[in-house]
Design a protein around this ligand. Structure first.
Ligand code: PLP
Length: 379
């Protein structure tokens, strides 16, 4: 059976060239693998124009491993982290900080609103003991885009450090390491880079990484140690995810060939427009105001019709070839559809058709438009 299109924020749909790059074994000391690894680290830095100012430290594991490694390595034991909080991934950062035993203060916002820079400013003014701000760029639990540039300016003005979880925005939204001041940023192989999952990485200013020796309470998540070893031996400290590195290398080559970040953003924007247009026509309502929406993942209110059952709906759409994503909000029933991955607007149109057909088959009525009669209404 044809594999389904993953309309999820990672793992996501990868290209055939990326998949094919995994059909080979590599020894971790193989000179070919070492060259690929070096190239991947350079290409990742190029995306934020930071080959001279920052270093790239790759790390085994999913994205959260890299988030935890960044917090544990860069926040000293007597540090104090401010976490602006407007969703599940921000909450996860606060939870990691408290598990690591780092003093943590959260600054709460509504889930449907971006972080307000003025509030971050006030919090930093109020409490001079805060050393770090940990910001999620695109809060993937809703798709809301947080104002990285504005927050970075405020954090820099207060002479504190900024740590960024750019997991679902990196390579799609512009982040210029020369214009935006942060100590470290983390992302992973399996999101907007369109590689397979399994590897995270931190882009860290050389200065702050050099100063971070001995901070980490963990061996495997110590970015300083990983970096020092990789610089010295050109190898990973522990068994590297060789096939993931090789596939990410292939994905990065395609990223460059496509036209880099601006081209990727343009494709995702178009995916997002086609999706929102089609879903809105079916009667779905956006959870976020459009101006707060990143073109990464879109949250829709779930239908209120008693005939709607997420699992049944999901299963049927899956049979038609598309994998959706459940909502992640506590207060409102939602569903999410990703716009990222090796997919284009034609795929998005086909997905809207599959959703329209499923609504009709399961006799699910949407808010105002009533039952959906046929796919002709969809797009
Ligand atoms: C995907 C993601 C992560 C990491 O999640 P994993 O499941 O560990 O890969 C962290 N933060 C954000 C904002 C994400 O979108």
């Amino acid at each position: 059976m044809k594999e389904p299109v993953l309309l999820t924020p990672g793992p996501l749909t990868t290209s055939s060239a990326t998949k094919l790059a995994m059909v080979r074994d590599w020894g971790s000391r193989d000179t070919g693998f070492i060259a690929i690894n070096r190239r991947v680290r350079e290409l990742l830095l190029d995306i934020i124009h930071a080959r001279d100012s920052h270093v790239c430290v790759p790390l085994q594991g999913s994205g959260t491993f890299a988030v935890e490694a960044m917090l544990g390595t860069l926040v000293p034991r007597d540090g104090h982290v401010l976490v602006p909080l407007n969703g599940a991934y921000c909450k996860r950062i606060a939870r990691i900080c408290s598990i690591l035993g780092r003093r943590t203060t959260t600054l709460n916002f509504e889930e449907n609103e971006p972080v307000r820079p003025g509030d971050v400013d006030a919090a930093l003014k109020r409490d001079p003991s805060i050393t770090h701000v940990a910001l999620v760029h695109c809060e993937t639990s809703t798709g809301v885009l947080n104002p990285l540039k504005e927050v970075a300016e405020i954090v820099a003005r207060h002479k504190r450090s900024l740590l960024v979880d750019a997991m679902s925005s990196f390579a799609a939204l512009e982040i210029d390491g020369q214009k935006i001041a942060f100590d470290a940023l983390v992302a992973a192989s399996g999101k907007c880079l369109e590689g397979p999952p399994g590897m995270g990485f931190a882009l860290v200013t050389r200065d702050s990484l050099e100063k971070s020796a001995g901070n980490s309470p963990s061996l495997v998540l110590d970015l300083h140690d990983q970096w020092v070893n990789m610089e010295k031996t050109a190898q990973w400290r522990f068994t590297p995810p060789t096939v993931v590195v090789a596939a990410l290398h292939a994905a990065l080559e395609q990223f460059v060939a496509e036209g880099g970040q601006p081209a990727r953003l343009a494709r995702y924007r178009r995916n997002c427009e086609v999706l929102i247009e089609g879903m809105t026509r079916l009667g779905f309502k956006l959870f976020l105001e459009a101006r707060h929406q990143a073109p990464v993942i879109v949250t829709f209110h779930a239908p209120t019709d008693p005939n709607y059952d997420f699992q049944k709906f999901y299963d049927r759409v899956r049979e038609k070839g598309f994998v959706l994503y459940p909502g992640k909000l506590t207060q409102v029933d939602t569903l999410r559809v990703g716009c990222i991955g090796a997919i284009d607007e034609h795929v998005m149109r086909a997905a809207v058709h599959a959703i329209a057909d499923t609504l009709a088959e399961q006799n699910i009525r949407l808010h105002e438009t009533g039952a959906v009669r046929s796919r002709q209404n969809a797009a």
